[in-house]
Every structure is written in C-alpha cells, then in structure tokens.
Design a protein around this ligand. Structure first.
Ligand code: SF4
Length: 299
C-alpha cells in the first residue's frame, strides 16, 4: 500500500484514476497470480500447460519491463463507494475519473479503444459519451471514497450472456445456462478466467451483478452459504468441460466462479454471465476527505 496527500479533491480523484488505470493494466493482483500458478500446478494437458506457462512468463515480463500484461487496454470501468459525507459531488467525481482516464491514456501512452457505437469513429483518449463506465454505491455515515478500476477487455466482454429463465427452471436452469454460455464461448474469452454470474433482480440488474462478481478477488466466496455452494458447484462443473486454457483443451477452464444475487419478482428468474479473462486486472484506491490517497492493488 502507498499513500499520497493532496489538498485538491478533484485533482486527487483525477490522479487516482490516472494511476489506477495504468497500474491495473501492468501489475495484476496477487490473488490472480496465485490462482494462475495454482492452475499451472494442476493442469495435466500439454497444450494447457504450455499456455499457462506462457501466461505466467507474460506476467513476469510485464513486471520486469514495467509494461502491460495485455495489449487490450479495455474500457475503463470504475466502481465507486461514496460516503455520504465525502465532500465532492458524484458529478464532480465522474468528471475527475474521466480526466484521469484521459490523462493516463495520453501520458503512458495507452491504446485508445473507444469509438462511436454507430460510426465506429474513435472518440478520444479512452473516453467518450458515457465512457468511462462508473458504478456507484453510496455509503451512509462515512466521509471517504473508494475507487476500484477494472479495465475490461473486449474478448471477454463479448462473451456476455443473459437469459430470462422462468422460475420453474430453478437452480438447474441457472446451471444449464451458465454451462451452455461457457461451452459456447470456448477459447474466445481467453480462459482460464473468472466467470461472473448475476442472478435475480431484473434483466439489467442481473448483468450488473455479473459484472460486479468479476471484480471480486479471485476465489472469494459469496457470504450467503447457498450462493457460495452454487459458486463451488459451477466451478467444478465448468472445469469438467475440458475447454482448458485458451480453449486448447485441459483441466482448467475457469479460475473461479463468482455469483452475486438479488431478490426478484415471483415470476422472474434472470441469469447473466459476464466473463473475465485470465488478465483479470483491477486496482483500488481509498481517498479520504482531506485528499489523502491510499493505493491498494489487491482489494
Ligand atoms: S480477453 Fe483479456 S487476455 Fe484476451 S485479449 Fe482481451 S484483455 Fe487480453
């Protein structure tokens, strides 16, 4: 953990975003490094083992050369937990996150990925209309701000799926849909990664929950024991598919399955799947009301 103090709160949020975006792209969290090493320790297929050894070497080279773990700098996605007494309005926080994203892209420099969705013309330095994407949570009786940056690559984001199961489909229907989704995705999302599953709520909220699930440290379990059990069962099920690292066959198709849930309407049973590739990048910062920034890679 490192600490920086500044008196300009807009500037602090902007600096945090600029630092987090680049840091996340270069220096993957320890839980992910451990999960990849554990995967290499269990993988029995020769192509799968080669892929995992290449991934591990890739991570080391990125660290040695202070370079990116993957060329796809993704879309900058931020998760913000805003205390009700944090002295900067979310509108200003958003503007600062956008400035920080742009600054990181120019200063590093990073590849600019964002385009207008119809014209496909580039919209600038990894920013654009409604980009970066920011998810908000508001925390009572607190004056801090937590920002987590999760750059999301397109290879894995393209492998996102939603099904409005009916209640009669039950848990079996949820498992079948997750299995079908991951088998259909094959090697496209750069496995082995984290499968995020969102269940309940509404169609849009289920996908939001699936995305939230992939932002958790690898292998963390949902605090609801029923949901945690589903996470374990899905992980075992998906690792029986034989898809393996990069889809070349093997024992390790996923490093983990994370499920987030919400209660739902009595006639709904929505299920969303959001894949996060092996380069499951994330980095976090805590910003105090006085502008002090504490960086935390593994949060
Ligand atoms: S899916 Fe992930 S590992 Fe594959 S190219 Fe995109 S960012 Fe890189």
């Amino acid at each position: 953990m490192s600490t920086v103090t500044t008196t300009d709160l807009d500037g602090a949020v902007e600096s945090a975003a600029a630092h987090l975006y680049v840091w996340a792209l270069k220096d993957i969290p320890q839980d992910l490094r451990d999960a990849l090493a554990a995967a290499a320790g269990t993988e029995t297929s020769v192509p799968g083992q080669r892929v995992l050894q290449t991934i591990l070497r890739n991570v080391d080279v990125a660290e040695e050369e202070k370079n990116l773990v993957c060329q796809d700098t993704g879309i900058a996605v931020y998760y913000c937990r805003v205390g009700e007494h944090f002295p900067l309005h979310p509108a200003r926080i958003y503007a600062a996150l956008k400035e920080g994203t742009e600054r990181a892209t120019v200063e590093h420099p990073l590849r600019s990925n964002t385009v207008h969705t119809l014209t496909r013309e580039n919209t600038g330095q990894n920013v654009g209309y409604r980009i970066p994407i920011v998810h908000w949570a508001f925390i009572p009786d607190w004056d801090g701000l937590d920002v987590k940056c999760v750059p999301k690559g397109s290879g894995s984001e393209n492998m996102s799926f939603l099904k409005m199961c009916v209640p009669a489909d039950g848990v079996r229907g949820i498992k079948e849909f997750v299995l079908d989704s991951i088998v259909g995705a094959g090697g496209k999302p750069c496995p082995p990664g984290i499968v995020g599953v969102g269940i309940g709520g509404s169609a849009d909220y289920a996908m939001h929950l699936a995305k939230e699930a992939i932002a958790r440290p690898v292998g963390t379990r949902n605090e609801d024991p029923l949901v945690a059990q589903l996470e374990r069962e899905l992980k075992d099920l998906l690792n029986e598919t034989g898809i393996g690292p990069m889809g070349l066959g093997g024992d390790v198709t996923v490093l983990s399955v994370h499920v987030e849930h919400a209660d739902t309407h009595m006639t709904l049973n929505p299920v969303a799947v959001n894949y996060q590739c092996w380069a499951a990048r994330r980095a976090s910062a805590h910003i105090s009301a006085d502008g002090t920034i504490e960086y935390e890679r593994d949060a």
